[in-house]
Design a binder for this molecule. Structure first.
Ligand SMILES: [Zn+2]
Length: 640
C-alpha cells in the first residue's frame, strides 16, 4: 500500500514489523528457539557457613566455605565475589547515587560494610594459599595463583567476614523494634559468588539498591548461632530440631506437617517464656540445609509467635508453610492468617506453573516492606488483610521468578517483578475463591494515563532498573510487563497456547539463567506465532496504541448487500483487532482481524456481511487493550 493510506497517522509499518529485530542466530549455548542449547553450561557455587549474631553489638560474624565449580569452556584466572554489605558505607555507589531526599533502596546508614578477616583458596590439587584480592565497592576480585581450568575444575574459597547490621537495610533487611524486643531480618549477609556466564563473562554490576540479584545455584549447609532465648527461621530445612526446640514444640511442628489449619508452635501467650526454649542462657546453633538454591536468608527474634501448616503439592508431595510474627500483629485480620495466605499461594503456583522445589516456606513479619528469598520471605508487619495477602502472594511468587527461573535481576527487573506480578493476578483470583480479588488492577486501560504522559520521553521496560526513573519503577518493572503478558494470554494467544508456551519457558529454564531473548524466542517458538511486533513495541519501545473506526459505507448504497468498514492504527504499537457490529435489525456480530492487517499500512477496509443498516461499530469492545484514545473507537462518533 502506498503511504497515503497512512494519512492522518504517524504509524510506520516497517518499524512495527521489523525483520532485523532479534535476528541474531541462536548458538550452541542458547538456541534460536529460546531453549538452553546442547552446549549450555553454568557454574555452580556450594556454600558451607557458620555464622553468629551478637545482639549487643548488633553484628554478624562468620565463615563461609564456597566450593566453586567452573563448568565453563574458559579458564578463569580470577573470581568475583559480591560483598553487598559494602553498600552501607559512605563511599559506596549506593550511597553516592542516592538523591538528597533519599529513596526506598538508598541506604541511610553508613555503618562500615563488610570486614574481611581472612581469605584462603584451595585448588582442586589440594594446595591452599592466601590469594591477593581487591575490593571495589560491592565487588571483590580474588586472584588465583593457579587458574581454574575449564569444564569442571573446582576451587574452595574460605572467607571470614563480619558486618554491623544496618537498622534500615535499604528495605531488604534490617532490625525491627517491637513491644517485646527486636526482630532481625538478615539477607545479603555472606560473600556470594558473582555469576560467570556465556552472555558476558563475569556479571559485576555494583549493588546500587534498586537492581536486585543474579546468583548461581548450589547446595547450602549452614548454622546460625543466636542467643538461646531466640527463635531462628532460615531458608531450607531445619536439621537439628531436637537441639533447638522443646519436645512440645517438636510435637506441634510434626502435627503442623499434617494439618490443613495452622498449628501454633509458639502461641502468643507463650512468647518470652523460658519454657519455650530448651535452655535459657548462652547460645544455640540452628542448623539448616537447602539443596539447589541460589541464596539463603534468615531471621531471628525472641518475640516470635510461630504457626505452621501443611502445603499440598501436586503428586501428593507435602511441605511446610510457617509464619513468624510479633504478638501485636497476630490478630486474625493480620498475621494470624499469614500461613493460610502462604499455603494458598504456594498450592496455586505449584499446580499452575511449577512445583515448589523446597521443603519449607516461611513468612517473617518485620520492617522490610516486602522482600523475597528462596524458601523465606520478609513482609511488612504493618500489613493486614488484603495488603498482607497481596504482599505475601507476591513475595512467595518470587520463588518461581527469579528463585527457580534464575534470570539476571540486576539488569532486567521485569523478568522477576513483571512475571511475578502477572502470576499474582491469577493467585489473587484463586485464593479463597477470590476473597481479595486480583492483586493489581490488570485491566490494560489502567495503563493509558501512564502511556500518554510518557509517550515522548518515557523509559521502555528494557531499561536498567537503576536507570529507570524511580517514580516509574513500579510501572515499568511490575505493571507494564504484567499487563503485557495478560494481553498476550487473554487477548492475543488465548489460554491454551499461552499457558503451554509460558510453562514450557519455565520448565526449560528452571534453575538456569535465561536472558530476555530466551524468553521471547521461547514464546514465539512454542506458541507458533512470531510475536516480535509485540516484544519490540511493548518491551523495547514505549509505543502507544490507538485503534480507530473511521468509516462505514454500503456498496451500491444497498445495506442488504453488506458493508465496508474502514479502521485505522493511528500510533506505532500494533495489536490484533476485535470489533462489535450492531445492525438495525437487532443482529450483533463480532469480527476479529489478525495483527498482520497492519503490515498493509495504517488503514484497513474490510467487508462485513450485514443485511441491514449498521447501528454501531465498536473497536476493542471488551476494553482489552490500552487504547490511548477511546473517543475514536466507535462509529458513529459519540456525541459530546
Ligand atoms: Zn517483587
Amino acid at each position: 500500500m502506498s503511504s497515503q493510506d497512512d494519512q492522518g497517522t504517524t504509524y510506520d509499518k516497517r518499524e512495527a514489523f521489523d525483520p532485523t529485530f532479534m535476528s541474531r542466530p541462536g548458538t550452541a549455548f542458547r538456541t534460536g528457539s529460546g531453549a538452553p542449547g546442547a552446549m549450555y553450561w553454568q557454574n555452580r557455587a556450594d556454600y558451607k557457613m557458620d555464622a553468629s549474631i551478637d545482639t549487643t553489638k548488633e553484628e554478624i560474624s562468620g565463615t563461609v566455605e564456597i566450593t566453586y565449580t567452573n563448568n565453563s569452556p574458559d579458564e578463569l584466572s580470577y573470581l568475583w565475589v559480591q560483598l553487598d554489605q559494602n553498600a552501607f558505607t559512605s563511599a559506596s555507589r549506593n550511597h553516592t547515587t542516592t538523591p538528597i531526599g533519599g529513596n526506598r533502596f538508598g541506604n541511610v546508614e553508613m555503618i562500615g560494610g563488610d570486614s574481611i578477616h581472612y581469605i584462603s583458596v584451595t585448588s582442586s590439587g589440594g594446595q591452599t594459599s592466601t590469594p591477593s584480592y581487591n575490593v571495589t565497592d560491592t565487588r571483590m576480585q580474588i586472584m588465583l595463583k593457579t587458574p581454574l581450568k575449564a569444564k569442571g575444575d573446582k576451587v574452595t574459597i574460605k572467607i571470614a567476614f563480619s558486618f554491623r547490621i544496618p537498622e534500615d537495610g535499604a528495605d531488604r533487611m534490617g532490625i525491627t523494634k517491637t513491644k517485646l524486643g527486636k526482630i532481625y531480618e538478615i539477607a545479603q549477609w555472606y560473600p556470594r559468588m558473582e555469576v560467570y556466564d556465556d552472555v558476558q563473562g563475569w556479571n559485576t554490576l555494583p549493588y546500587l539498591g534498586a537492581g536486585e540479584f543474579y546468583l548461581d545455584y548450589g547446595d547450602f549447609d549452614y548454622t546460625i548461632s543466636a542467643p538461646a532465648d531466640m527463635v531462628v527461621s532460615g531458608s531450607g530445612e531445619l536439621q537439628n530440631p531436637s537441639e533447638v526446640l522443646t519436645s512440645t514444640e517438636q510435637d506441634r511442628l510434626n502435627k503442623a506437617r499434617n494439618s490443613d489449619a495452622k498449628v501454633y508452635i509458639i502461641t502468643a501467650d507463650e512468647v518470652g517464656k523460658s519454657s519455650t526454649r530448651p535452655k535459657d542462657k548462652g547460645m544455640l546453633s540452628w542448623h539448616f540445609k537447602m539443596h539447589n538454591s541460589r541464596d539463603v536468608s534468615w531471621a531471628c527474634s525472641k518475640v516470635f509467635v510461630w504457626d505452621a501448616a501443611r502445603v499440598d503439592l501436586p503428586n501428593d508431595k507435602k511441605i511446610l508453610a510457617q509464619s513468624f510474627y510479633p504478638v501485636e500483629v497476630g490478630a486474625d485480620s493480620g498475621w494470624g492468617r499469614s500461613t493460610e495466605y502462604l499455603k494458598g499461594s504456594i498450592e496455586f503456583y505449584s499446580k499452575t506453573y511449577f512445583v515448589f522445589p523446597w521443603p519449607v516456606a516461611s513468612n517473617i513479619a518485620g520492617r522490610v516492606n516486602g522482600m523475597e528469598y528462596p524458601g523465606i520471605i520478609f513482609c511488612s508487619w504493618k500489613a493486614q488483610t488484603s495488603r498482607l495477602f497481596f504482599v505475601t502472594t507476591h513475595e512467595i511468587g518470587h520463588n518461581w521468578f527469579p528463585m527457580t527461573v534464575g534470570s539476571n535481576e540486576r539488569k532486567y527487573a521485569w523478568m522477576d517483578e513483571g512475571f511475578n506480578t502477572f502470576i499474582n493476578i491469577y493467585s489473587g483470583l484463586y485464593f479463597n475463591k477470590g476473597e481479595y480479588g486480583s492483586v493489581r488492577d490488570e485491566a490494560p486501560r489502567h495503563l493509558v494515563g501512564y502511556m500518554v504522559r510518557n509517550e515522548a520521553n518515557g523509559d521502555p521496560i528494557m531499561t536498567f532498573p537503576d536507570c529507570i526513573d524511580a517514580r516509574q519503577l513500579g510501572t515499568l518493572a511490575y505493571d507494564k510487563p504484567a499487563v503485557g503478558l495478560y494481553i498476550l494470554r487473554e487477548y492475543v494467544l488465548g489460554h491454551d497456547r499461552f499457558d503451554r508456551a509460558f510453562n514450557n519457558y519455565i520448565s526449560r529454564w528452571a534453575f538456569k539463567h535465561p536472558t530476555p531473548e530466551d524468553f521471547f524466542r521461547s514464546m514465539n517458538d512454542a506458541s507458533g506465532e512470531d510475536l516480535n511486533w509485540f516484544w519490540k513495541g511493548w518491551f523495547y519501545k514505549n509505543w502507544t496504541l490507538d485503534q480507530a473506526v473511521n468509516d462505514v459505507s454500503y456498496p451500491d448504497a444497498d445495506p442488504t448487500k453488506g458493508v465496508n468498514i474502514t479502521i485505522s492504527n493511528n500510533k506505532q504499537l500494533v495489536m490484533p483487532v476485535t470489533l462489535e457490529i450492531k445492525e438495525t435489525n437487532g443482529h450483533i456480530g463480532r469480527v476479529t482481524l489478525p495483527v498482520e492487517i497492519w503490515q498493509r499500512g495504517g488503514k484497513w477496509t474490510f467487508h462485513y456481511a450485514s443485511t441491514s443498516m449498521i447501528k454501531s461499530v465498536v473497536i476493542d469492545p471488551d476494553m482489552m487493550l490500552p487504547d490511548v484514545n477511546a473517543d475514536n473507537n466507535t462509529w458513529p462518533a459519540p456525541l459530546h
